[in-house]
Design a binder for this molecule. Structure first.
Ligand code: SIN
Length: 538
C-alpha cells in the first residue's frame, strides 16, 4: 500500500506523451489551471471519466464571493474563520476572500449564465454566511453551467490537449521530484507515461469511501493516495464534511443533494413529530454552520429512533421554487417527491473532504514539481469545517495562483524530463485474485458505520483493525481500475480512521461521542507522510 508505485509494468510496454504541464482532473480546479497554463505552456489535461462526471458538475449552491453591496472580503474572512473552528490558515483565507471576487468576475466572462435580475447578479444565502454572497447559475445548476463553459473554453479557445477516460495510477518521481504520471486508458486498457516538468493534481475528493455520499462514482480519493505514495505530506483527513441534507432514500450509495440554498431561501428542518428544532441548537436556526446543523439533526434522529428528519419548503411559492431549484425538483420527481408539496426526508451524508495534500498559498505541495488545487488539496482555507460554497471558489483562486507560480518554477528548471527513464517494478504475472467489488463494499460499510458522523474510540479501533485485515488479505493478480481504486480507498479509509481515533475532541466536522467538547490542546493539524520522506525532509 505504501510503496512508491502500485503499478507494475515494464517501461517498454508503455506509450509516452510529454507536456510542460500535466493537469490531472476535469473539475473547476483542473480546468482553470489548464486554461491558464496553456497561455504559455504545452498542457495536457487528463480526466478519469468525462467532464460531466465530476463533483464540480454536480454542485448546486454556487460560489461564495464578497461582491455584493454591504459585503467585504473582511466579512467573508470572519465567516470562514469562524466556521473553520480554530484550524484555518489565516493567510490562505485572506488570499481566498481577497482574490475571490476578481476570479469570479473573470469566470463570469467565460460562463455568462450566472443568474441576474434586471442586469444585477442575484446573491443567494447559505449556512453561516452573515449575508447573501453566493453567485449561482441556472438556479441550482451552477456546477453544470460552470463545468460546461470551462470545458468548452478548454476545447475551443485554448491549446490544452484533453484526454478523457484516463485513470491515473501513480505519480512519477525521480530523485524526489514529480515528473508526471502513469495512466491507464479505460477504453483500450493502454498504459501511458505522461512526462511533464510540472504536474497539477486536481483530482477532487473521496466521498465514495463512504456508504452514502453526494459525490459521483469517480470520487475515490486517488489523488490523495497517490500523492502520499509519492512522498507528499497529507493532513486533516479526519475532517470529513457530512452535508446535512442528502435525500434519505434507502439502497443508494450516490445520493441526491438537496442544496443548502433551500434553507437559505427559508426552508425549514422538522423532526418526525413535525416540529422545527434547529433554533434549540443555535440562534441561527437552519442557517447555522453545517457541523452544528448535522449535530442537531443527529440528536433529534437518535431521540426519535429515526433514520432521517424532513426538509420543509411547502410554505414557499411553488412556481418560484421549481424555477429557482430545477435540479432538485427534477431529482425529487424521480423519487415521486414534490419539492413544493411534500416533506422531503433528509439525513447527513458524506459530502466533502476538508483535508488533503498539504500546499502553501501558491498550491505547491511538499514534493517539488507537484502542485495541488481544489478538493484534493489542503490549502488551509477550510480549517476544521468548510463554509458552504467556498470550495468552487478555492479551486478558482488557487488554480490561478498555481498558474502564476508555474512561470517562476518552470523558468528555473534546466533538465529535460523527456529523456528520463523510470524504475517501475515488473508485474507479478497472473495469480490468485481477490474480489475488488466485495472489498470495496466492505470498506464502505466500515466507514459508514464506524467512522461516520458521530465517532467513538471503540468503533474507530474496530474499524482500523478490520481495515488492516482487509488490506492484508487482498491479493491482486491482474490490476485494473477496480483494483487500483480499492487500494486508494483503503489508504484513505485507514488514514481517516487513524486520525479520527487520535483526535480526542470534537472540532468542526469531527464529532466524537466520547469527547463531545473541543480541547485547546488539539488546536493543531494531524499531518502524515511516509517515514522515508520524513527522514529526507531534514
Ligand atoms: C449545497 O448546494 O448545499 C452544497 C454547497 C457546498 O457544498 O458548498
Amino acid at each position: 500500500m505504501t510503496r512508491p508505485y502500485v503499478a507494475s509494468r515494464s517501461e517498454e510496454t508503455l506509450h509516452r506523451r510529454s507536456f510542460d504541464v500535466l493537469v490531472l482532473g476535469g473539475g473547476i480546479a483542473g480546468l482553470t489551471a489548464a486554461i491558464g497554463a496553456a497561455r504559455r505552456w504545452r498542457v495536457g489535461l487528463l480526466t478519469k471519466s468525462t467532464f460531466e462526471e465530476t463533483t464540480t458538475f454536480l454542485a448546486q449552491g454556487g460560489i461564495a464571493a464578497a461582491i455584493g453591496e454591504g459585503d467585504s472580503p473582511e466579512l467573508h474572512l470572519q465567516d470562514t474563520l469562524s466556521a473553520g473552528a480554530g484550524l484555518c490558515d489565516e493567510e490562505a483565507v485572506r488570499v481566498l476572500v481577497s482574490e475571490g471576487p476578481d476570479r469570479v468576475r473573470e469566470l463570469m466572462e467565460i460562463c455568462p449564465r450566472f443568474d441576474t435580475v434586471d442586469g444585477q447578479i442575484v446573491l443567494g444565502r447559505e449556512g453561516a454566511h452573515s449575508l447573501p454572497r453566493i453567485v449561482h447559475a441556472g438556479g441550482d445548476a451552477t456546477g453544470s453551467e460552470v463545468s460546461s463553459a470551462l470545458a468548452e473554453a478548454a476545447r475551443l479557445g485554448s491549446r490544452v490537449q484533453l484526454y478523457e477516460d484516463e485513470f491515473v495510477i501513480d505519480l512519477l518521481t525521480v530523485d524526489g521530484r514529480c515528473v508526471g504520471a502513469l495512466t491507464l486508458n479505460l477504453a483500450d486498457g493502454g498504459l501511458t507515461l505522461n512526462v511533464a516538468m510540472v504536474t497539477v493534481l486536481a483530482t477532487g475528493g473521496a466521498g465514495q469511501v463512504y456508504g452514502r455520499t453526494t459525490n459521483p462514482p469517480v470520487a475515490t480519493g486517488d489523488g490523495v493516495a497517490m500523492a502520499y505514495r509519492a512522498g507528499a505530506a497529507i493532513r486533516d483527513l479526519e475532517f470529513v464534511q457530512f452535508h446535512p441534507t442528502g435525500l434519505a432514500v434507502p439502497g443508494q450509495q450516490t445520493v441526491q443533494l438537496v442544496t443548502e440554498a433551500l434553507r437559505g431561501e427559508g426552508a425549514y428542518l422538522r423532526n418526525a413529530a413535525g416540529e422545527r428544532f434547529m433554533t434549540e441548537y443555535d440562534a441561527r436556526g437552519e442557517l447555522a454552520s453545517r457541523d452544528i446543523v448535522v449535530r442537531g439533526m443527529v440528536t433529534e434522529m437518535r431521540r426519535e429512533g429515526s433514520e432521517h428528519v424532513y426538509l420543509d419548503a411547502t410554505h414557499l411559492e411553488a412556481a418560484w421554487l421549481y424555477e429557482r431549484f430545477p435540479s432538485v425538483t427534477a431529482g425529487l420527481h424521480e423519487h415521486g417527491l414534490d419539492l413544493a408539496g411534500d416533506l422531503i426526508p433528509v439525513a447527513p451524508v458524506c459530502h466533502y473532504f476538508v483535508g488533503g495534500v498539504v500546499t502553501d498559498v501558491w498550491g505547491r505541495t511538499t514534493v517539488p514539481g507537484l502542485y495541488a488545487s481544489g478538493e484534493v488539496a489542503s490549502t488551509g482555507v477550510h480549517g476544521a469545517n468548510r463554509l458552504a460554497s467556498n470550495s468552487l471558489l478555492e479551486g478558482l483562486v488557487f488554480s490561478d495562483r498555481v498558474v502564476r507560480d508555474l512561470d517562476r518554477y518552470i523558468g528555473r528548471l534546466g533538465e529535460d524530463v523527456r529523456r528520463l527513464s523510470f524504475d517501475i517494478p515488473e508485474a507479478d504475472a497472473g495469480g490468485e485474485s481477490s474480489d475488488a467489488a466485495a472489498a470495496r463494499a466492505r470498506l464502505c460499510d466500515i466507514m459508514q458505520h464506524q467512522v461516520g458522523v458521530l465517532r467513538r474510540a471503540g468503533e474507530l479501533q474496530e474499524a482500523l483493525d478490520e481495515l488492516g485485515s482487509l488490506t492484508s488479505e487482498l491479493r491482486f493478480g491482474a490490476m485494473g481500475e477496480d483494483e487500483y481504486e480499492v487500494l486508494n480507498m483503503l489508504t484513505l479509509g485507514t488514514q481517516i480512521a487513524k486520525c479520527a481515533l487520535l483526535r480526542e475532541e470534537s472540532r468542526g466536522v469531527h464529532l466524537r461521542d466520547d469527547f463531545p467538547e473541543g480541547d485547546e490542546r488539539w488546536r493543531k493539524h494531524l499531518t502524515l507522510r511516509l517515514p522515508e520522506h520524513e527522514r529526507t525532509e531534514g
